[in-house]
Structure formats: C-alpha cells, structure tokens
Design a binder for this molecule. Structure first.
Ligand code: GLA
Length: 385
C-alpha cells in the first residue's frame, strides 16, 4: 500500500479508535506551459505528479470537525456550526471553503474526523492547496452522501479558493488534479474545458527545483488578473470578436499597443504569447520534437520575467543555470510565480546528475541549495472506500 495512504489510515485509527469510512488521494500538478492563461480562457499543458495529498475521514457524532495533519504534526478542530469562520493564513481555510461551497450546492453538512498527509511542498507552485481541496471534497461528499460531477468538484475547489481564501485563481489546479492521467500530459482548453492527453516521452524527465521562497499568491495574483481583464475589456471595445485574451493574436495586440497602458500591454503580451506557445508545443509534442518544446519553456520564462513580472532573482538564476548545464532542454518558473519552483526538462538519464549540479551551482550563488526532485506523472484524484 502507498506509504502515505497507510500513514493517514493508521493515524486515523489511532486517534479516533475506528477505521476511516473513506480515504482519498488528490495529486499536485506541474504547469508545464501556459502561465496564467487559465483565467483568460486560454490553453495550458499540465501534468499531475505522483506526489499527492491523502485524506482519511469518518463521521463524528458530537458536532465537532477535527483534522490532524500527520505530516506537519498540526491539529485543528472547529464546531460544524462555526465552519464559515475564516482564520487568516490558516491551512484549514481550504477545507472550510470546500465545506461552504458544497453546502451552497445543496450538500447537507455533518461533522467529521479526518487525518491528512501530503508529499507535496506547500505553497511552492505544485498545487498543494488544490490537492487538499479536492481530497477533502471527495471525502466529505462521500460522508455527506452528496453527488457532484468531476467538473463540479473542480469548481468547488476553485470557488473555495476564490470566495473563502481570497485568491481569484483559475481552474487549472483543481481541474488537473481531477483529470490527471498517469504517464501523460494534459493539454487543456479553458474555454471549452476539452482535454487532450499526450504520452510523456520516457527519455526525458522534469526536474523541479524549489527556491523555498513561499509565495502569498492572493495580492500579486489578483493584480495580474485585473490587468488581464482590463486588457481584454479595452481590446473588446475595439473588436466584437474579443471576449477574453484568448481571442487576441500577437499582431492584434501589438496594433493596439498605443491604446493600452504599458503595464496592461505587457501583461497581455505574456498571456497572448503563452497561448501561442502552447499551440506550438502541442504540434511539437505530436511530432516528438522535444528540443523545440524545451526552447519554448525558456521563452516562457523570459516572458514571465520581462512582461508579467512574476519571477524573482532566485528563479531567474535557476533558469539561467539550466541554460548552461548539460542535459537541460528547457526551464521556466511554474505556477503562480513570485517564488516557489522552477521546472527543468532534462534527458532522463542525466536527471540525477543534473539535480546535483544545479543544487551545487545555485548554492554557490545564493548560499543555500534548492530542494530538487525528479517528477513522475501519476493519475488523477481517487477514492478508496
Ligand atoms: C495558480 C492558480 C492557477 C493558475 C496558475 C498560473 O496555480 O491557482 O489557476 O492561474 O497559478 O498559471
């Protein structure tokens, strides 16, 4: 049995004196290309990793909701009647937010006991929060006998983040966590929610390097989203065919440059470029041109740095090192940005050496090594009853 699955199950039995009624698993994801495009109705290439959050749950008969985090040794409890109370910065907000959103969609809430455990780095850009939301939503829906479709579950997680936690994030993380497919990448159209799956070649691998700089997405993220919405509104006022930045070509954007505030133009430039890169990458992946795909990752990072201002010096150093180290085909920041992780597409045979060299070179520059890991692409969220 998976190590974390037995850890949360055994801990549940130890704390609550009975077996859990359900255990769920929701994976983290890597955003491989298509940065901040999801809320602009654009395209993203993502993949779910084997690192995941596990949630063991059972009913509680005293009106108290209890959650123990077995990996960080943290415990929280609150009366069911006070589940709408948010505590700023508290990890339990993700679960409370999910509870609110499920209730608003008709679920009858009941108190529960739970144990959670994760192998994902927190607040690093690998969607640990979405993994918590989806694993909790799957488990609570089972306990509460509430039925939702996969897409509704994804929306519940996103709404928890938007309405309760306060970050106006898109649907990428929760949608990926649910629809992930082992050994495959997902190419997602966030206008139609269509997914194309592409096998990930086995002679390359993604190395993740974590700067350890925690990002608080909410404020900077919400500002980026507002700029994108402003760009779309201004462009829509000149062209009926535009409802989101998804509808804008680079030529169209450049033609409108003088009508847009410079910052708004730069933000839009990133999104429009990212959408074009995903379309190009789809073609390259279908013909097995991995080197050209890797080059697009470097382009994406340059655009984040120059246009979207969501990089930071540490991420820039990791990506620059990627350009010089042998075996690296491409590298970029991944996820919201402002810290967190960079991803490096490398020759699979060179992955272990690459991690060592990257850590040493980064350490020489910054003083402390990044945490590195080689990711494997695993399947989407699951329930074990
Ligand atoms: C965060 C958000 C996603 C997406 C990415 C950037 O992970 O939760 O919705 O916008 O940032 O692509």
């Amino acid at each position: 049995m998976n190590e974390l699955r037995s850890k949360v199950t055994l801990e549940f039995e130890r704390r609550y004196g009975t077996a859990p009624a359900i255990v769920t698993r929701a994976p983290g994801r890597l955003e491989l290309l298509g940065n901040h495009t999801d809320y602009n109705e654009g395209f993203v290439i993502s993949g779910t990793v084997t690192n995941a959050t596990w949630f063991a749950a059972g009913p509680a008969d005293d009106g108290i909701c209890r959650i123990f985090d077995a990996c960080h040794d943290k415990y929280a409890e609150f009366p069911l009647a006070e589940a709408e109370k948010k505590v700023d910065g508290d990890w339990v907000n993700y679960v409370k937010g999910v509870m609110q959103e499920m209730q608003q969609r008709g679920a009858a809430a009941a108190a529960f006991n739970a144990v959670v455990g994760t192998s994902l780095p927190l607040a690093a850009g690998m969607s640990s929060s979405a993994a918590l939301e989806i694993s909790a939503a799957f488990a609570l829906a089972h306990l509460w006998r509430a039925e939702f479709s996969d897409d509704q579950f994804a929306r519940i997680g996103q709404a928890a983040e938007n309405n309760f936690v306060g970050a106006r994030t898109g649907l990428l993380d929760q949608f990926s966590a649910i629809h992930g497919r082992a050994g495959h990448l997902l190419i997602i159209d966030f206008r139609t929610l269509e997914i194309e799956t592409v096998p990930f070649p086995d002679d390359v691998a993604f190395v993740v390097a974590n700067t350890g700089i925690k990002h608080d997405l909410s404020e900077a993220y919400n500002e980026r989203r507002r700029s994108c919405e402003t760009a779309a509104e201004l462009l829509a006022s000149q062209d009926d065919g535009v409802t989101a930045l998804r509808d804008v070509t680079e030529a169209r954007l450049d033609a409108a440059k003088s009508h847009l505030p410079l910052r708004v133009y730069r933000r839009a430039k990133h999104i429009v470029g990212e959408n074009a890169r995903v379309i190009q990458a789809r073609q390259l992946l279908s013909t097995g041109n991995i080197e050209a795909f890797g080059a697009l990752l470097f382009d994406s990072h340059d655009s984040s740095r120059q246009n979207f201002d969501n990089s930071c010096p540490e991420l820039d150093i990791l990506v620059e090192l990627g350009r010089t180290l042998p075996g690296c085909l491409g590298a970029r920041l991944s996820g919201g940005g402002f810290g967190g992780i960079s991803i490096h597409l490398v020759q699979a045979a060179a992955a272990a050496t690459y991690c060592e060299r990257l850590a040493t070179a980064y350490s020489t520059r910054i003083g402390t090594p990044p945490t590195t890991m080689t990711c494997e692409f695993g399947g989407g969220a699951e329930r074990y009853v």
